[in-house]
Design a binder for this molecule. Structure first.
Ligand SMILES: Cc1cc2nc3c(=O)[nH]c(=O)nc-3n(C[C@H](O)[C@H](O)[C@H](O)COP(=O)(O)O)c2cc1C
Length: 235
């Protein structure tokens, strides 16, 4: 009889533990739920009226563009804003966007459709000497659009920037963590480019829905893995 009572008590204890423990864990992991914290209001954003704040304020995704060509100067600023060289740093050149351990895995491509001063085609941007290497003499915005679920912003845009990466550069140093670093860096570069587009008075949209394989074929590189397309065009 005593043993049965003990067993019953033990079962009751285990049942209560099962019910209570998730609640205790959640409360423990989320300290804000137990303590009321003081809230401070901040000054309005943009109070310093910087041009960067203005670009951040006005940026929005644009998917339809006018027929006005953009210029090679626009393209120069846009590409430079991704991974372009800014100043000579201590261990090497500093770039427009940070790179984990300065491993610089990003590869930037330009699909020029209607750029004043630049023949239509596909180019790879080289940041070391701020130059373009011609990858294809043919205009490929239709192929790029088809590789991206036929998103029409791509073939309406005067130019598309493709951010790709050579993962090995970062993974050789950081192993599996390098994958995360590469993705973060693509985001940094893309954000710079869309803010640059905004400050140049152009529209832009970041496009991530595409077939990796089809876009990769257009880049003609064994190592470049495409991560993002940025369509840029006149408003
Ligand atoms: C990683 C990423 C992938 C995206 N992919 C697409 C896309 O394939 N097609 C598209 O039209 N917009 C795409 N967008 C744009 C988002 O739809 C857009 O940023 C979102 O709707 C918010 O609108 P806003 O940029 O005007 O603030 C993407 C944005 C990000 C950050």
């Amino acid at each position: 009889m005593r043993t049965t009572a003990k067993r019953l008590m033990l079962m009751l204890f285990i049942t209560v533990l099962f019910i209570v423990s998730p609640y205790v864990m959640i409360r423990g992991l989320n300290p804000t739920s137990t303590t009321a914290r003081k809230q401070l209001s901040l000054p309005d954003p943009g109070s310093n009226s910087s041009s960067l704040a203005e670009a951040i304020f006005s940026r929005r995704s644009t998917r339809s563009f006018s027929d006005i060509p953009i210029t090679i100067e626009d393209v120069s600023d846009l590409l430079w804003s991704t991974i372009g060289i800014t100043i000579d740093g201590i261990t090497g050149p500093t770039r427009a966007s940070p790179s984990a351990g300065a491993t610089n895995p990003l590869m930037i491509y330009l699909f020029a459709r209607d750029v004043e001063g630049l023949a239509p085609g596909v180019y790879r941007y080289h940041s070391e000497d701020h130059s373009l290497e011609q990858v294809s003499h043919q205009e490929k915005s239709t192929e790029l659009r088809q590789a991206a679920l036929n998103q029409f912003a791509i073939s309406r845009a005067q130019a598309n920037i493709v951010i790709a990466a050579d993962y090995a550069k970062t993974m050789d140093r950081y192993a599996i963590r390098g994958i995360t670093f590469v993705h973060l860096e693509a985001g940094h570069a893309a954000q710079n480019a869309v803010l640059m587009a905004e400050s140049l008075g152009l529209g832009s949209v970041i496009i991530g829905s595409f077939s990796d394989g089809l876009v990769k074929n257009l880049l003609k590189s064994d190592v470049a893995a495409p991560l993002l397309i940025i369509s840029v065009g006149s408003l």
